[in-house]
Ligand binder design. Structure first.
Ligand SMILES: NC(=O)c1ccc[n+]([C@@H]2O[C@H](COP(=O)([O-])OP(=O)(O)OC[C@H]3O[C@@H](n4cnc5c(N)ncnc54)[C@H](O)[C@@H]3O)[C@@H](O)[C@H]2O)c1
Ligand SMILES: O=C(O)C[C@H](O)C(=O)O
Length: 345
């Protein structure tokens, strides 16, 4: 995943025999993970501890064992400094100076629940964290993993607007797991290495709002039968539920999400570092549809999202499922916006 960035750079002085050794982490970047003690937070932090573009990893959670997670990770022999912060009184310290904030804080689904069923618990968690980001790290790029992503991105955006620090390029909903799953499933069908398969996934991140564009798969998906395409599309849309059911009450996807969150964070970091044409899909503010926020391929730059790449030509089937998704997506977004308005009163 980090192959392009992992390569250590031996300085000229070192080549001449002097005992200096530097890595590509020379640009000092602090990343804060909010919800770092959880099922996603821990593997995500483990992967980020290996990212040479990060100089400081601040782990925050309300869980009392958070300093222990930080102590544990800090013993790994990579140059990333790790600090642990527990409880709201230590959140400011975790955020101060962070250029990137990743949020996996909040409750996961149990069997029988929809992502929207998490709204009541997770909306206030994300609101309170966003208020603190607005005051302690207003310039940070915020990557939101917490579900329902379709509503949490509007919540953070509205909080940032109220605080007068909103930059739409810096509030990003993480949908990478949908892309990772699509690559895996198409790779299995095609007999291709999934790392070489690219399938854009647009719309949102819940049930029917997840729209994989199988017609744009690279290399092309070998399935041609419309019924089989429909079955695969539904499998991608329901893949989170597949994990929730299999975990039987013990949470939702954590390891594949830790991987996906680390991959997304790495894309943000590469953009921050000035690398060109780094792209991933994300749920962002854009005007590609009647929805204010929409998942689409984007590129990253020094300010977070650089360009909305859009989704190009889609076929009739994809157009149909996109139309079917819009009412749900609009409802999810409105729920987030209204939550912040109501909180104001
Ligand atoms: N975007 C995606 O693709 C995706 C994928 C998987 C899971 N998720 C979502 O990610 C969230 C976390 O999932 P998980 O499996 O890690 O759950 P988890 O219960 O294992 O961990 C959540 C962590 O959040 C912490 N937390 C709760 N309130 C907090 C607060 N106010 N401040 C800081 N930390 C707080 C908890 O203490 C816990 O450590 C869920 O909402 C889940 O639905 C999203
Ligand atoms: O399905 C969930 O509740 C978690 C996550 O959104 C996923 O897609 O795995």
């Amino acid at each position: 995943m980090f192959s392009r960035a992992l390569k250590p750079v031996v300085s000229v002085a070192a080549q001449n025999g002097a005992k200096t050794f530097s890595t590509t982490s020379e640009m000092q970047i602090k990343v804060a993970v909010l919800g770092a003690g959880g099922g996603i937070g821990q593997p995500l932090s483990l992967l980020l501890k290996h990212n040479p573009l990060i100089s400081h990893l601040a782990l925050y959670d309300i869980a009392p064992f958070t300093p222990g997670v930080a102590a544990d990770l800090s013993h790994i022999d990579t140059p990333v400094k790790v600090t642990g912060h527990k409880g709201p009184e230590q959140l400011g310290d975790a955020l101060q100076g962070s250029q990137v904030v990743v949020i996996p804080a909040g409750m996961p689904r149990k069997p029988g629940m929809t992502r929207d069923d998490l709204f009541n618990t997770n909306a206030s968690i994300v609101r309170d964290l966003s208020l603190c980001i607005a005051s302690h790290a207003p310039e940070a790029i915020v990557a939101i993993i917490t579900n329902p992503v379709n509503s949490m991105v509007p919540i953070t955006s509205e909080i940032m607007k109220k605080a007068g620090v909103y930059n739409p390029c810096k509030v990003l909903g993480v949908t990478t797991l949908d892309i990772v799953r699509s690559s895996t499933f198409v790779g299995e069908i095609n007999g291709d290495d999934p790392r070489c398969v690219k399938v854009p996934v647009i719309g949102g991140h819940s049930g029917i709002t997840i729209i994989p564009l199988l017609s744009q798969s690279q290399p092309p998906c070998k399935l041609k039968d419309p019924e089989k395409i429909d079955t695969l599309t539904k499998r991608i849309q329901e893949a989170g539920t597949e994990v929730v059911k299999a975990k039987a009450g013990f949470g939702s996807a954590t390891l594949s999400m830790g991987y996906s969150g680390a991959r997304f964070t790495n894309a943000i970091l590469r953009g921050l570092k000035g690398e060109q044409n780094v792209s991933e899909c994300a749920f962002v503010k854009c005007n590609l549809s009647e929805a204010e926020y929409f998942a689409t391929p984007i590129t990253f730059g020094k300010n977070g999202m650089e360009k909305v790449l859009g989704y190009g030509k889609i076929n009739d089937y994809e157009q149909k499922i996109l139309c079917a998704a819009m009412p749900e997506l609009l409802k999810n977004i409105k729920k987030g916006v209204d939550f912040v308005k109501k909180y104001d009163k």
